[in-house]
Design a protein around this ligand. Sequence first.
Ligand code: GLY
Ligand code: MN
Ligand code: MN
Length: 473
Amino acid sequence: MIEQQNLFPAETYTERRQALISTMNSFGATGVLLFIGLEEVPMNYCGNTYSFHQDGSFSYFWGLGESSLAAVIDLDSHDEILFCDERSIDDEIWMGPLPLPADRAGLAGVHQTHPTKELAAYLQSACNARRHVHVLPPYRARTTQTLDRLLGADTRSWKARASADFIRAVVKLRSIKSSAEIAEIEKALDISHAMYTRAFGRIVPGRFEREIVGAMEGAVLEVGSRTSFPTICSVRGEILHNHNHANIMRKGDLLVLDSGAESSLGYSSDITRTVPVSGKFTPAQREIYEIVLAAQTTAIKMIRPGIFFRDVHIAAARVIASGLKQAGLLKGNPDDAVEAGAHALFFPHGLGHMIGLDVHDMESLGEDFVGYDEETTRSEQFGLAYLRLARRLQTDFTVTVEPGIYFIPALIDIWRNEARHRDFIDYDRVAAFRGFGGIRIEDDVVVTSEGSRVLGKPIPKTVAEIEASFLNT
Ligand code: GLY
Ligand code: MN
Ligand code: MN
């Protein structure tokens, strides 16, 4: 028997769909909302599939984690219909007795189910009646093909055809986490805690990075979870999303560990720690580490409802710039360096992102819909342009806070050759840091009415805590 994904109580999904209808009504939208769940994806032949992951918005409103589902909400009649199919005897022979999605629909408060083949006719009649069928932007080719088949292809992309009202309504609802959702993120963080405890006990010079990954992911698999994104574990931490684990860790290396797991309801964690392979930071590593930690501490302290996350990002960048000035890598006024974008040689990414059912929550709906609004526009400046979240924070937003300092040889070479920001950057001093790698520190934070709370059990983070955790293993 296949283990079934857990659900919240049925009322949770019923209330979410009702809130969606009210939000769409408040925008003056009418017609039909169409949800296309995800399909199994073959790795190398059809029966050999990647681990199945339901679409975040489908999970949020319909709960069910099975593949090949679709659903509609009629904004006028308030009808809610799940489209799903009977299982074949072949499915049962190969996969064991599986509950029917139609039987599980009630667990998500859904009382009308129809075979999938009826969806096309349902949508055709809505289109014939000139009703608007609202869709979210697809991010898999298979979903694009399904939408083309159901609603007709035209010269515009589905990104262009997606309903801005539908996206805005989903973002509005999914951005505010209930206490039950925050508890789920904390369950995922319990798994993160186990991952880091395992990792810290195994990091020694001479081992491969992949041995640490195996131990961390073992802690995930043995509780029936899965990683929320591919684990980053690298002594080449300056490569921001480095998924290679083939290096041997050596004394003197810094190891960046950026990883996450999922709760049984699919909520993510996302934690980064950077540790010295030898168990003790060198003076230079310690100096840079303390700057990143100060940037993170400053940012977390600033978080409260109403503050622009872009301002929190800029404050973290200023701490980084002033620390790098102290370290002799930057010159001039640190705030001016940040204004000009010179700090982005070392901190080229955004401070963080929303986290929830997706590790980068709702990113498939469009970063600008999630992180920007009428009060905020995306900067074109290198570094700041990568900021995924700029808008004002609200109570019960859950976000990551993940500043970093990196020495990226290719970027240093380009900027130095262009003499870019040479009034602010001491390139001779920077040259001494080639091969240093990178440092990132990341935690998951909930915005509270008073400020913020770092989620999960503490994982060693200060220099003293990290060095002590190595002594204890
Ligand atoms: N793990 C990817 C990120 O931190 O955004
Ligand atoms: Mn991360
Ligand atoms: Mn992150």
